[in-house]
Design a protein around this ligand. Structure first.
Ligand SMILES: [Zn+2]
Length: 123
């Protein structure tokens, strides 16, 4: 995968660690407050386990779009919204390595129509 290729570049010295580890202060803050520890040790510095941060995106989310959420919040949001996308980023808080590990869609289809008081005359 892309991650493996990138790491191979780092190990071979073709790509500098500082180029790869470009986590913004915002991402590192999110890792600190919303991150969940993983069992995987950082592949770059090998000093600490990676922290997983889940970012949510979607038109429905309005101001919440682009924010980091913990697992319990994701569960609540699944019940509240029809569809939103979660991007899971692994972050090393020691060397700032970060990489998108997966993305998936959550939500409850038909949610909006089921909400009371939102029915249209056509229903
Ligand atoms: Zn690291």
């Amino acid at each position: 995968m892309q991650r493996r290729a990138l790491l191979a570049e780092v190990y071979s010295g073709r790509v500098g660690v500082t180029e790869v580890c470009d986590a913004s202060p915002y991402l590192l803050r999110a890792a600190k407050f919303h991150g969940e520890p993983s069992a995987v040790t950082c592949p770059v510095c090998r000093k600490e386990p990676l922290t997983l941060v889940s970012w949510v995106y979607g038109d429905e989310l309005k101001h919440a779009a682009g924010s980091a959420r913990v697992t319990e919040e994701l569960a609540k949001m699944t019940a509240l919204f029809e569809e939103f996308t979660v991007y899971v980023v692994e972050v090393c808080r020691t060397c700032s390595w970060n990489h998108l590990v997966q993305s998936y869609v959550l939500g409850t289809p038909g949610m909006r129509n089921r909400r009371p008081g939102r029915r249209t005359a056509a229903e």
